[in-house]
Design a protein around this ligand. Structure first.
Ligand code: SR1
Ligand code: MG
Length: 404
């Protein structure tokens, strides 16, 4: 058995030995220890190690090749980035991220709190479960972490040190390709387009040069506007949830970018949940999702504003007109990214189960068209989406347009 001083990709038996070495504080009941690989993401391996005494830990290991595609080679150092940002987020928004027990730059693995008393939010959304505290909780997390890492409130040199520490070129490269490029040109021929909507995709996404110009502007913004330390992949598969708490994990795509990227990801993924609920006639669930879309926008903006006003340190940014301008750009970015995430999950290589598990082909095609129609509105008219209701109206307008 290895003593874990050289990197290798672990299996379940290795993870048990590893947990004994790395998490001795659990006082494991060695004879009853078990392990299961539970990862269902696109990149990493996730092991749950437990024993009969009720001890458990989650071990997450980064491989050198992405699970989603053998052609994608990645630096496993992303595991360090992820562990370090979870620790920072834990300070800015205590109780909203799992506790990190250790991270290990040799094995590119970390050990974190087992949140088995929570569900992965995407799985819960597929079961049409309702979580009344979600909007309040996710908006608090986003406002505190996002505004808390800006130049508005931070010492500018400390902010730049964070920016350097969390420079994340490989994973940014994935988002630049999968979110900002391929949905509009399929340049690497790896898009997954649902055949019944192939003509629609060609007309609405591949052939619209005006849209391409807007997406190019947004792409260059994503690459150059170091506004805030963002999660970078804040979809419902990166959230653990139960009746009481919301916990955000999997921030390996984090870097300094526009904060609307995170808020827009949350909204787009709630729209996927809505489309799924709608396809299955889940009216109460859809009504709750609609309230989440409205509330997440309104509450996040209110909390960002309050945080700004309470913590602003940059003397020139104390100017009220600038504050309004700044918050308006966040809303416009949020709208744009809502659209970008909608498009890329429908036609790109990384799809979402909310859509792909809709069995009825006609309902799935309708749902996909609704997402793309809303997405184009969110991108092209991003400056006009000024409140939570405007976001919901964009969804409702898309439904009407597709059903007309
Ligand atoms: C190659 S990784 C594909 C997608 O999975 C991650 O969760 C990110 O969303 C990424 O774009
Ligand atoms: Mg992930």
């Amino acid at each position: 058995m290895s003593n874990f001083d050289t990197y290798f990709l672990m299996n379940a038996d290795d993870a048990i030995e590893y947990a004994k070495v790395k998490v001795p504080q659990k006082q494991w009941d060695v004879g009853s220890m078990t392990c299961k690989e539970i990862g269902d993401g696109n990149l990493n391996y996730v092991f749950k190690v437990a024993d009969a005494k009720g001890n458990s830990v989650i071990i997450k290991q980064a491989g050198r090749i992405a699970r989603i595609s053998e052609d994608m080679k990645l630096d496993p150092d992303r595991n360090r980035i992820e562990s370090e940002i979870l620790e920072l987020q834990g300070k800015l928004a205590a109780g909203y991220v799992p506790e990190i027990y250790f991270y290990d730059t040799v094995m590119s693995a970390c050990g974190m709190q087992d949140l088995s008393d929570h569900a992965i939010m995407r799985t819960a959304m597929l079961e049409h479960k309702i979580y009344p505290k979600f909007s309040e909780q996710i908006s608090t997390f986003m406002a505190q972490v996002l505004m808390g890492t800006t130049d508005i409130v931070m010492d500018h040199q400390e902010k730049k040190a964070l920016q350097r520490k969390f420079i994340n070129p490989e994973l940014c490269d994935i988002s630049e390709a999968l979110v900002y490029t391929e949905p509009y040109n399929d340049e690497l021929h790896r898009n997954h387009v649902f055949p019944p909507i192939a003509d629609f995709v060609k007309e609405k996404l591949y052939d619209d040069e005006e849209l391409h110009c807007e997406v190019a502007k947004l792409k260059m913004d994503f690459m150059t506007r170091a506004q805030s330390l963002i999660h970078g992949d804040l979809h419902t598969g990166s959230i653990f949830i139960n009746e009481e708490t919301t916990m955000v994990f999997d921030p390996e795509f984090c870097f300094y970018g526009p904060m609307g990227y995170d808020i827009g990801n949350v909204i787009a993924n709630m729209i996927f949940a809505w489309v799924n609920g709608d396809a299955y006639g889940e009216k109460e669930f859809c009504a709750w999702v609609e309230s989440v879309i409205v509330d997440v926008i309104n509450l996040t903006m209110e909390k960002l504003k309050a945080y700004y006003e309470e913590h602003v340190t940059d003397t020139l940014c104390k100017n009220k007109a600038y504050e309004r301008y700044y918050l308006d750009t966040i809303l416009a970015d949020t709208a744009a990214v809502t659209g970008l995430e909608l498009n890329r999950r429908i036609v790109g290589m990384a799809n979402v189960k909310d859509i792909t598990t809709i069995e009825d082909e006609a309902k799935r095609a309708r749902g996909e068209k609704i997402c793309i129609t809303a997405a184009i509105d969110f991108i092209k008219n991003r400056d006009q989406k000024k409140c939570g209701n405007c976001f919901l109206t964009a969804l409702k307008n898309a439904v009407e347009a597709v059903d007309a």
